[in-house]
Design a binder for this molecule. Structure first.
Ligand code: CTP
Ligand code: MG
Length: 502
């Protein structure tokens, strides 16, 4: 069949692309519809935020010091997702105050504004509570002159807000909402250390850098981490509180994604984003362009896996899972999860060194039933249910002996001392020579992963400090199909473990 002349080709390379573009635009319009707060929601939020600010002003008037309020976060910039009900209100005090005074006055104002609120702890305590159906964070900070003079991490927030307020347009806000919804859909939104994902501020900076959601997504498919952005280069006039590149070099970071904070070049806004979550983001950007679909933004919830299904997986895999199960220590989430991950890596690494050949590992912690947000005025330490360090090994048991290689025979003093150490030891095989080396076969400390986990040697592993104390109190080791008992509490986590996806 003759080829038609090129200018009439109807299925050239440009064509499918154009169709996908249409499909993506249609999808984005429909997602946008779902995540844009309507006028009633905006007015309601505005009214409540104003009311909270007035209540804070009243409380400030009673203090012996000056302070003012600042509405910050997505609710101040109209970048929140429809239906999200959180309001961040900051109270700014003079940097002359010492820390204890700031904390005390901050809490006074917080409790006055939110009578049913409870205290939480970030870098210093603040009050969180419900007000007219909104989750309100009332956070004290220092009114410093520049974000580079901060005394506590929260002092930067009003500068972030000013920076974005000066540059954001309604179109950018719409695109920031799309990006938040997309990141939530794929499970990587949130700068808490459990999620290790993208923060709201990072979302807004990335959308600003690329001028929109779509150009960002298209570019991200081509990123080769580490990738670095310095938005200060884009400013040709004085925006709000920007430290310009010629005034201060950015610090050097070795994170996979670096977005220099334009208000404080010593900070990488993407510092908590994990390598895996960046890779996930790139994967799903590609998916979105290849096959635009609503589930990427609004996925079906994961159904928990039941105990029978867990057993089936273990049988089918023929592997040897072992789990250390204990009561999670009562520390805040941002402490707990890094400690759990460090402990897991310690245990996994040690099982690897001991030749049990780990396939995969995961850690979980359950929220205590009925805990948190109870407004009972108790403080910050969160209560959790059980925690799990799960390692799936390839090797179920090893011989009673292990090979231990000495130095080559020709290395003289060193070799002789090795030989003499073992020469009269009746408990070992050897020393004998294999190739040019002395070798002995000696008794192995632990023949199974569970024997190691049940021994004191577990405590020689680098564990998170609070995890270590929790284990010193009590722990249990589950082996093989017995881990199915975790399905009651950790069904969703086990689904993710046994049916892994990007
Ligand atoms: N913030 C803080 N301490 C808190 C709550 C918020 O310092 N207890 C600061 C954060 O650092 C952030 C801003 O307040 O700069 C808003 O935080 P957050 O609500 O997490 O993010 P948003 O940008 O509002 O995005 P979202 O739409 O997810 O609420
Ligand atoms: Mg917020």
């Amino acid at each position: 069949m003759a080829r038609p002349p090129t200018d009439t080709v109807s299925t050239g390379p440009g064509q499918p692309r154009a169709m996908t573009d249409d499909a993506l635009d249609t999808l984005l319009a429909s997602v946008s519809e779902r995540v844009t707060p309507d006028a009633a929601e905006r007015e309601r939020l505005q009214a409540v935020a104003d009311e909270l600010a007035v209540r804070a002003e009243v409380a400030i008037d009673e203090l012996p010091v000056e302070a003012d309020t600042a509405k910050v976060g997505s609710s101040a910039r109209s970048t929140w997702l429809a239906g999200d009900r959180d309001i961040d209100l900051f109270v700014r005090f003079s940097p002359e105050l010492d820390r204890e005074e700031l904390e005390q006055y901050g809490l006074d104002v917080g409790h006055h504004v939110l009578p049913d609120g409870h205290e939480e702890y970030a870098e210093h305590p603040y009050v969180k509570g419900e007000y007219e159906g909104f989750e309100v964070d009332l956070v004290p900070c220092y009114a410093v002159d520049a974000a580079t003079d901060i005394r506590s991490a929260v002092d930067r927030t009003p500068f972030h807000d000013a920076y974005l307020q000066a540059r954001y347009t309604p179109k950018l806000s719409e695109d920031a909402r799309l990006l938040k919804r997309f990141l939530k859909g794929i499970g990587v939104y949130g700068s808490d250390l459990r999620t290790a994902g993208f923060s709201g501020y990072l979302v807004e900076l990335l959308v600003l850098e690329y001028g929109g959601f779509r150009p960002l997504v298209e570019a991200a498919t081509e990123w080769h981490p580490p990738v670095e952005f310095d938005l200060r280069r884009n400013d040709d006039d004085d925006g709000a509180a920007v430290v310009r590149p010629e005034e201060q070099d950015a610090a050097a970071f070795d994170d996979p994604l670096v977005v220099i904070d334009p208000t404080d070049p010593d900070r990488n806004v993407a510092a908590v984003l994990s390598e895996s979550n960046l890779a996930r983001f790139q994967h799903y950007c590609r998916e979105l362009l290849a096959d635009p679909r609503e589930e990427l933004f609004f996925p079906e919830p994961t159904e928990p896996l039941d105990a029978d299904a867990v057993q089936e997986h273990i049988e089918r895999r023929g592997s040897h899972p072992v789990a250390v199960v204990f009561d999670a220590p009562a520390v805040v989430e941002d402490q707990l999860f890094p400690q759990l991950r460090r402990s897991l890596e310690g245990v996994r690494g040690e099982l690897d060194r001991r030749d049990f050949d780990p396939l995969r590992a995961a850690t979980f912690a359950a929220d205590a039933e009925g805990s948190d947000g109870n407004g009972d005025g108790t403080d910050d330490a969160e209560s959790w249910g059980r925690a799990v360090l799960l390692v799936e090994t390839s090797v179920e048991s090893l011989p009673a002996i292990e090979r231990h290689e000495g130095p080559p025979v020709h290395v003289g003093e060193h070799a002789r001392s090795f030989y003499e150490t073992y020469a009269d030891d009746q408990s070992i095989y050897g020393p004998f020579v294999d190739g040019d080396r002395y070798v002995v076969e000696r008794e192995r400390d632990h023949r199974t992963p569970e024997a190691f986990l049940c021994s004191d040697a577990l405590f020689d592993v680098a564990l998170g400090a609070h995890v270590e104390s929790a284990l010193e109190r009590e722990y249990e080791v589950l082996v093989g199909e017995a881990i199915a008992e975790l399905a009651d509490e950790f069904g969703s986590e086990l689904r993710t473990y046994f049916e892994p996806r990007v």
